[in-house]
Design a protein around this ligand. Sequence first.
Ligand SMILES: NC(=O)c1ccc[n+]([C@@H]2O[C@H](COP(=O)([O-])OP(=O)(O)OC[C@H]3O[C@@H](n4cnc5c(N)ncnc54)[C@H](O)[C@@H]3O)[C@@H](O)[C@H]2O)c1
Length: 450
Amino acid sequence: MTDIGVIGGAGYVGIVTGVGLAALGHKVISMDLDQKRLAMLRDGKSAVYEDGLEPILDRLNEIGQISFTDDQSDTVRNSDAVFIAVGTPSLDDGAADLSAVIAVAEGLRDEIGKYTVIVVKSTVPVGTINVVTDILSQKLTEGEDFDVVSNPEFLREGSGLIDFFAPSRIIVGSSSERANAALREIYEPLLAGTTVVDVPWIDSSREIPYVETDATSAQLTKYAANAFLATRISFINEIAGISEKVGGNIGHIVEGLGLDPRIGPGYLQPGIGFGGPCLDKDLRALIMVAGENSYDPVMFNGVLQRNELQLRVVMKKITAAVGPSLYQKRIALLGLAFKEGTNDVRHSLSIRLYRLLRDQGASVVGHDVLAVDEVRELEPDFEVSEDVDGILNDSEVVVALNSEPSYAGIDWSGYGQVERSPYVIDTRGILDHDSLVASGIEFDVLGAVS
Ligand SMILES: NC(=O)c1ccc[n+]([C@@H]2O[C@H](COP(=O)([O-])OP(=O)(O)OC[C@H]3O[C@@H](n4cnc5c(N)ncnc54)[C@H](O)[C@@H]3O)[C@@H](O)[C@H]2O)c1
């Protein structure tokens, strides 16, 4: 078993990586700068919501398999492998902000005292592995004191642990046989399906694809995956736009498309577009990398433009329902996290929609199952609640923005009877349309003729 440090260990990727590796039997030190998150984690609580995380964390804390600290040098001194999982947000020009990765690397340069494998989990543009290597090489010798490996993360927030224990693939990018051997040893229990605590998602009968490649290909594979997912979303939003014009039903079109085994159903739901912490930022970073390498990414520019348009499509529907002036119009937004099943509101398009409506003087209320605290922290003036009934009462427009399962179960009969029933905009096609019809409520489904 390996002694492993996870830097950025209290973030979405860091906590899943730390808990996952500890559950495989490795001794993990999770290091982060966020004191509040660290204190919670020591207590078995996570600020990051991941289904099934806390019971496993509790057990790992109990048996001393994982610990939490803010001391990077102590972490590095006691680790044979250090995973970097710090954030790489977008800069204003779309390039990835590598300042956290660089700060960690500068620390490592002074802290590494024995051969250590540095594993970059953060999503970083091609060339970053060389940047980290160059920083470490200022004091240390590559291959003797360290090797740097790209091991991109493909987890989906909300099902991060499933994706750790039953990953679609593990990709390791390195030209060092010593580092490759170390990574194989680290992932060996996962490939064999063995853990030191009970984990429900392990399926030892399934072979997990394990791909060894060079660092450039590994880094680019991550960007390619996110660019592809973003493309699917922009693609289906384009089809939804055409469908509305020609009188189609996007729900049926999506079903028909998804049944084609060459296409499949994933990431084909129309909606307000892709937001969140990854797809938009990674697509922008890929476009930057292409530009820096004298390549014009015509298609990806189109995907991004199509996505920006989609927010205006939803705004136009709201204005058509109660505009042209939105001043003091009561508008309810359902689903504030960037998607269902997470409390992550970073770059959520629902929050962008809230700001647009607020700036036009609308009185906006919002509902979310998991992210109410996070929204209050981000937008203290946004009136938000976990009580959907309170939100729907006396709203003039209701906009469903993510596929939170409980929205499908809303019984609209109570809202259709009131003096002024709301106009409902279903951007994801998830509401109970029969109930809306029976309640006499006017509604609009994105991508379907109303
Ligand atoms: N969130 C996702 O769904 C997801 C999926 C795949 C890949 N990624 C990538 O993984 C990386 C991390 O993303 P995230 O969503 O987990 O971010 P996050 O913001 O949730 O976590 C980053 C953590 O790093 C910590 N940190 C920052 N600087 C530090 C430093 N110098 N030392 C120690 N800790 C430090 C922060 O306090 C924070 O807890 C990004 O590159 C992202 O693109 C994210």
